[in-house]
Design a protein around this ligand. Structure first.
Ligand SMILES: *[C@@H]1O[C@H](CO)[C@@H](O)[C@H](O)[C@H]1NC(C)=O
Ligand SMILES: *[C@@H]1O[C@H](CO)[C@@H](O)[C@H](O)[C@H]1NC(C)=O
Ligand SMILES: *[C@@H]1O[C@H](CO)[C@@H](O)[C@H](O)[C@H]1NC(C)=O
Length: 403
């Protein structure tokens, strides 16, 4: 345990946390604020999950070297006491960055109160286009299934993403979505990707070498699989808890078979969940064909979408997407989103119905809290609500969603 212990910044020792090897900043800090949590826990600040309560989300937020501050800003933008968060700075970043991120996170009163944010202390590599990406996502899902009580959906965000909705709006709108639905942009019409992404055999040395490295290609290609059909699409997913349990803890072998296959596929995160969900008889009817993200692509598309700036704000704000990507660090358009959409002050969490403090320059309204089991839709909820209703109605009218 000795070597692993040093990864644990935890002052809180639930037995399972000590073998999971990630940082945990949680209790043991007496709050400098007189919030309702510090002396005794009134019943209404106890988080209740499950049917009859607003849905909750498990966020996996990842970045690389130098991304600590962006990850922290993004965490505050998507923070809600009902949710669960797992933050990851990949192996190319240093331990001091992880410790700094942990300290920043710990400085947030609500995070100390609700103990719902963790930072991986033992990082994974993240090879560009390599299969270490999907390994890291599955690890995050496994940890979140283990530690996170009652969340309903798992979401992946990178340090370059930002929300376009408040968590109150997200949870309110998802209250009317069946909790077994998955939002996965997908297609089996592979086009050029068949020859350039699926048939080539690649190896990600990040799986077995310690140093930072790049994928390499085998000289041979392989034929398309016959045992299952390959689907591809956006790497950004919103997955139901039941589907993730199927992938991570299930006894059907399909998720593992496809995992072993995508180990040698370029950009496995654009193939894995898409192929598992659509080849599985019990989950193929749960796929809503969207990633809920806003991007602007070049024509023809490059590897990554445009960096968004203030001139994209109007289109983005009326898009009905839940998140947008990608942004440069501290881009002024992020301040616009904070001010106009999230109503979020600098270094503060996005306010919601749970925040009970008086709003002022000195006082963070979310340093005191009340009932966290109600969410209150804000003035912009309509745009997002309409976009989800349309997606669900399209999904309802399709007989086979995996084509
Ligand atoms: C916090 O609450 C305690 C007990 O109610 C009180 O004695 C103390 O003065 C308060 N502190 C602040 C900073 O308001
Ligand atoms: C999908 O199909 C399975 C089995 O056929 C069924 O149990 C499940 O309720 C369906 N899910 C949805 C969202 O329609
Ligand atoms: C925003 O980005 C676009 C495309 O990259 C660029 O043409 C435009 O000049 C940028 N606008 C601002 C205000 O930076």
């Amino acid at each position: 345990m000795g070597a692993e212990r040093k990864w644990l910044f935890s002052l809180f020792s639930a037995a399972f946390i000590s073998f999971l090897i990630f940082l945990s900043f949680i209790s043991g800090f007496s709050s400098s604020y007189n919030n309702t949590f510090s002396s005794h826990k009134p019943f209404d600040s106890t988080v209740l999950h499950g049917p009859g309560h607003p849905p909750a989300f498990a966020y996996y937020i990842f970045g690389g070297r130098g991304d600590g501050e962006r990850i922290f800003r993004l965490l505050l933008a998507v923070y809600h006491p009902r949710n669960r968060y797992l933050l990851h700075i990949s192996a190319d970043g240093g331990d001091e960055e992880r410790a700094r991120l942990a300290a920043l996170v710990k400085s947030v009163p609500a995070v100390r109160g609700f103990e719902n944010v963790d930072v991986f202390g033992k990082p994974d590599p993240n090879t560009y286009m390599g299969s270490t990406n999907i390994a890291a996502i599955l690890r995050a899902a496994a940890v979140l299934l283990k530690v996170g009580g009652g969340w309903d959906w798992f979401l992946t965000l990178s340090a370059m993403d930002y929300p376009l909705v408040t968590q109150d709006d997200l949870s309110h709108v998802f209250s009317s979505v069946k909790r077994d639905l998955n939002f996965i942009d997908h297609t089996s019409d592979l086009g050029w990707k068949e020859g350039q992404r699926i048939e080539p055999i690649v190896v990600d040395p990040g799986i077995y070498l310690a140093r930072r490295t790049k994928i390499f290609h085998a000289t041979e290609k392989r034929p398309m699989p016959e045992a299952f059909k390959v689907f591809t699409g956006s790497p950004w997913v919103v997955l139901s808890r039941s589907f993730l349990e199927f992938c991570v803890c299930g006894w059907d072998n399909l998720p593992r078979t496809i995992l072993m296959y995508v180990n040698n596929v370029v950009l496995s995160q654009e193939v894995y969940f898409h192929s598992v969900v659509c080849n599985s008889p019990q989950f193929k009817n749960t796929t809503v064909n969207s990633d809920l993200r806003y991007f602007v692509w070049d024509d023809p598309p490059k590897m990554e979408p445009h960096y968004l700036n203030t001139s994209d704000y109007d289109e983005m704000a009326k898009s009905g997407a839940a998140f947008a990507r990608q942004f440069e660090k501290d881009q002024p358009v992020l301040d616009m989103i904070d001010r106009k959409i999230l109503m979020r002050g600098r270094n503060r969490a996005t306010p919601g119905a749970w925040c009970k403090g008086r709003q002022s320059l000195l006082m963070d309204p979310c340093s005191q809290w009340g009932n966290v089991n109600v969410v209150k839709p804000g003035p912009r909820v309509k745009i997002f609500d309409e976009s989800i209703k349309k997606l669900i109605s399209d999904w309802n009218s399709e007989l086979d969603t995996c084509t």
